[in-house]
Design a protein around this ligand. Structure first.
Ligand code: FES
Ligand code: FES
Length: 171
């Protein structure tokens, strides 16, 4: 069955007709031509498809497009401000720290990192937080690794990904 929905993607509103079985990831990539989110496992295991959905990180491959009528979606491409030199601080830091090899996981890593920084700023604890009731989250390497554990990198660039995120977290 086809349904008409509206999605705001990286600041632009789109109206499209999708089969009710279409995932958000496929709607973005196949219907809107936005290939910033990557399809890795297509099973919610790798994080390559991570998006900010209404400000919170989520997996595009596990989300049905029809369930997100009117949602505000941000991809890694949309994190840049688009003025030419306007890369997001996380994007700049990933480049500075050489935090990728093939780059396939990188958009998902960067979007996830952006969501994770907001979650930490809001005081959300993680599985390794010493004091779950603390409102000031100290993002040490252990916290960053745990909070980014849903994002896998087949090139194993973690040694540089963690410092790249850490630098932005501690500005
Ligand atoms: S493609 Fe969505 S988690 Fe792997
Ligand atoms: S940089 Fe290649 S998969 Fe992460």
């Amino acid at each position: 069955m086809d349904v008409e929905i509206t999605l705001r993607v990286d600041g632009t509103e789109h109206r499209l007709i999708v089969d009710t079985r279409t995932t958000l990831l496929d709607a973005l990539r196949e219907r809107l031509g936005n290939t910033s989110p990557k399809k890795g496992c297509d099973h919610g295991q790798c994080g390559a498809c991570t998006l900010l959905i209404d400000g919170r990180r989520g997996l595009g491959c596990l989300a049905l497009a029809v369930a997100h009528q009117g949602a505000d979606i941000v991809t890694a491409a949309g994190l840049a401000d688009g003025d030419g030199g306007g890369l997001h601080p996380l994007q700049r830091s990933f480049i500075t720290h050489d935090a990728f090899q093939c780059g396939y996981c990188t958009p998902g890593q960067i979007v996830s990192a952006a969501g994770m920084l907001s979650e930490a700023e809001a005081g959300w604890p993680s599985a390794v937080s010493k004091d779950p009731s603390a409102t000031d989250v100290v993002l040490d390497d252990e916290e960053i690794a745990e909070r980014m554990s849903g994002n896998l990198c087949r090139c194993a660039a973690y040694m540089n990904i963690v410092p790249a995120i850490s630098e932005v977290a501690h500005r």
